[in-house]
Design a protein around this ligand. Structure first.
Ligand code: G1P
Length: 291
């Protein structure tokens, strides 16, 4: 049984790709239509049965905690004005999961950020969702985190999501070396961080969704900083793959790189085209757009 009730979401990044707006607004709070992008990831995890969300947070990110807290004045005003629809958009946020924040005091890399969750996770299995990546699945498809938890449970092994990328894009991601186990399922042999195309072991990239056993913490403690000076989650995954086993699955769903300006705009357009109040207007606007 590979039970997963906790998810770790690193939110300590400075968001330099979105300056100037991220000077005072955490990049995780930038909206995709009307919800902060972090909420999409938390909803993905909660729909997968996760109860505790552990945010690995840096300085200047207090608005994230406020978002998941009670907002007395606003709620009282909406009740008084009988604005039930608007109240319903915010009232559930404080109860949807437990939000636990852990400070990452120094930015030593993604592996270090994940390791900061150890005192909260203990020896439980857990999911990791990278905030820059937004996954869309329709109402009839389990969320990507749920697909990972189901596969990890069925095979009793840590499991990560992979996607096929073009050869020129391998240098943007962790890339797996693998053996095929079945349709869309691989045994991971090695993980290489951002390889040059001529050295990539495959074209299967990690888009930022992982389900790990707590053994990953032992490996994070034993690795050295990489060439770019970071404790890499990738290196710990290689050790996990070699010592306890690690599998990868391709997933059903669409992925947006909302950490990149173009990906963020794509996400906004496509989520607007799915939004009941906006879809007709946005579709008409786009079809008539002349620049
Ligand atoms: C991180 C990981 C990388 C992964 C990527 C997904 O890289 O180190 O393995 O493929 O996230 O977004 P970063 O984007 O932090 O450089």
């Amino acid at each position: 049984m590979f039970k997963v009730k906790k998810a770790v979401i690193p939110v300590a990044g400075l968001g330099t790709r979105f300056l100037p707006v991220t000077k005072t607004i955490p990049k995780e709070m930038l909206p995709i239509v009307d919800k902060p992008n972090l909420l999409y990831n938390i909803e993905e995890a909660v729909k997968a049965g996760v109860e505790d969300i552990i945010l690995i947070q840096g300085r200047g990110k207090n608005s994230i905690e406020d978002f998941f807290d009670v907002s007395y004045e606003l709620e009282a005003r909406l009740v008084k004005d009988n604005k039930t629809d608007l109240l319903n958009k915010i009232i559930h946020l404080k109860d949807m999961c437990n939000i636990i924040t852990v400070r990452q005091k120094v930015a030593l890399g993604l592996g270090h950020a994940v390791h900061c969750a150890k005192p909260v996770v203990g020896d439980e299995n857990f999911a990791v969702l990278l905030g820059d990546e937004i996954m869309y699945t329709d109402d009839n498809t389990p969320t990507v985190t749920k697909q990972l938890i189901d596969s990890a449970g069925a095979n009793n092994v840590s499991t990560v999501a992979v996607m096929h990328v073009s050869m020129e894009d391998v240098q943007k991601y962790g890339i797996i070396k693998m053996e095929e186990l079945g349709p869309n399922r691989f045994k991971v042999l090695d993980v290489v961080e951002k390889p040059n195309p001529d050295q990539a072991p495959s074209q299967y990239a990690l888009p930022g969704r992982y389900v790990f056993s707590a053994k990953i913490f032992d490996h994070l403690e034993n690795i050295k900083p990489s060439k770019r000076g970071e404790i890499e989650l990738t290196d710990a995954q290689t050790l996990l793959a070699q010592k306890e086993g690690l599998e990868a699955i391709t997933f059903a769903g669409l992925r947006y790189d909302a950490g990149d300006k173009f990906g963020y705009i794509q996400a906004n357009i496509e989520f607007a085209l799915r939004h009941p109040e906006l879809q007709d207007k946005v579709k008409k606007y786009l079809s008539e757009l002349k620049l």
